[in-house]
Design a protein around this ligand. Structure first.
Ligand SMILES: [Zn+2]
Length: 295
């Protein structure tokens, strides 16, 4: 453990076609906003200040209506969305009319190079994934990486007094005496096939979708691309991450099938880090405190 390790409480729901959302309490952050946010989080939902939505498929946005009605106040929270999806402004306009007595928060379009500071030292980076086929580099589906960036005093200045340090910083600038340390603390794939290894590499916790266990099931869902469990586990074994949370399984699979497949592929690809999963149809409260499936 280094001093940038951050203990995160992650709760959520994620079932392909039906609903997906993840609440990260320490970061006041919600990834995606499918049904059931309010029914499960109740008044805890008031902690959410930033909602990052991956794409406009209905199972990722329909929880916003009640979330906003009970929680929006004076331009808060912030809703971030892929800029070329028309659904979000349509939804905002509807919400403004449907609940004219509440503000509908602040809606912020993101492109594939956006980076947002959500609290001191914590930045959320957005990048475009391959879930939705687009033309002309349109931005309709995003993945997210959360960075913890800290500026640290360089070794050479460690023994100086505060006054001496201040004086040097004034004379030569802050970057002369300090350097930036950056750590990826969390990443969220949204819906997408694998293929962003370099973005996930070095992340403490990766939440990745794994919609399908079998190749055969993928063919029938060609329109929007998803991941195969085996590919995700193979990829996780090839990069450096500390914890993997698998999500967005199809309801066609039973708990026993999912867990057996996770154990099989972890063994086959020698993935030793803790692997958790969110089962179809189940709300997972504080998922990282459960025993890993591959333990
Ligand atoms: Zn989905």
């Amino acid at each position: 453990m280094n001093d940038q390790q951050m203990d995160l409480k992650i709760s959520g729901y994620s079932t392909a076609l039906f609903s997906t959302w993840f609440f990260i309490e320490e970061l006041s952050l919600l990834f995606d906003a499918g049904d059931g946010i309010m029914a499960n989080l109740l008044q805890k939902s008031r902690k959410i200040k930033h909602v990052f939505i991956s794409h406009a498929d209905r199972d990722h946005i329909t929880g916003l209506l009640q979330f906003n009605q009970l929680n929006a106040n004076e331009g808060r929270p912030n809703y971030y969305y892929p800029k070329d999806s028309g659904s979000f402004l349509a939804l905002k306009n509807f919400m403004d009319k449907f609940d004219p007595h509440v503000s509908s928060g602040t809606w912020i379009p993101l492109n594939g190079h956006s980076e947002i500071e959500i609290k001191n030292q914590i930045f959320v980076e957005a990048f475009i994934n391959d879930h939705i086929k687009v033309q002309d580099k349109q931005c309709k589906s995003l993945s997210y990486v959360v960075h913890h960036r800290k500026s640290k005093l360089k070794e050479a200045f460690k023994d100086l007094s505060n006054d001496e340090i201040k004086k040097i910083a004034l004379d030569k600038g802050k970057s002369f005496i300090s350097e930036e340390h950056s750590k990826k603390i969390l990443a969220y794939s949204g819906d997408c096939p694998i293929g962003n290894q370099e973005k996930w590499d070095g992340t403490q916790i990766l939440i990745h979708e794994a919609t399908f266990l079998n190749m055969d099931n993928i063919v029938e869902n060609n329109a929007h691309k998803h991941s195969l469990l085996e590919d995700v586990i193979k990829m996780a074994a090839e990069i450096k991450i500390e914890t993997l949370v698998l999500s967005h399984f199809s309801v066609r699979y039973k708990k026993e099938e999912i867990d057996a497949a996770i154990r099989k592929y972890c063994k086959a690809y020698k993935l030793k880090i803790p692997v958790h999963r969110i089962l179809p149809g189940q709300f997972a409260k504080n998922i990282l405190t459960a025993s890993p499936i591959n333990a």
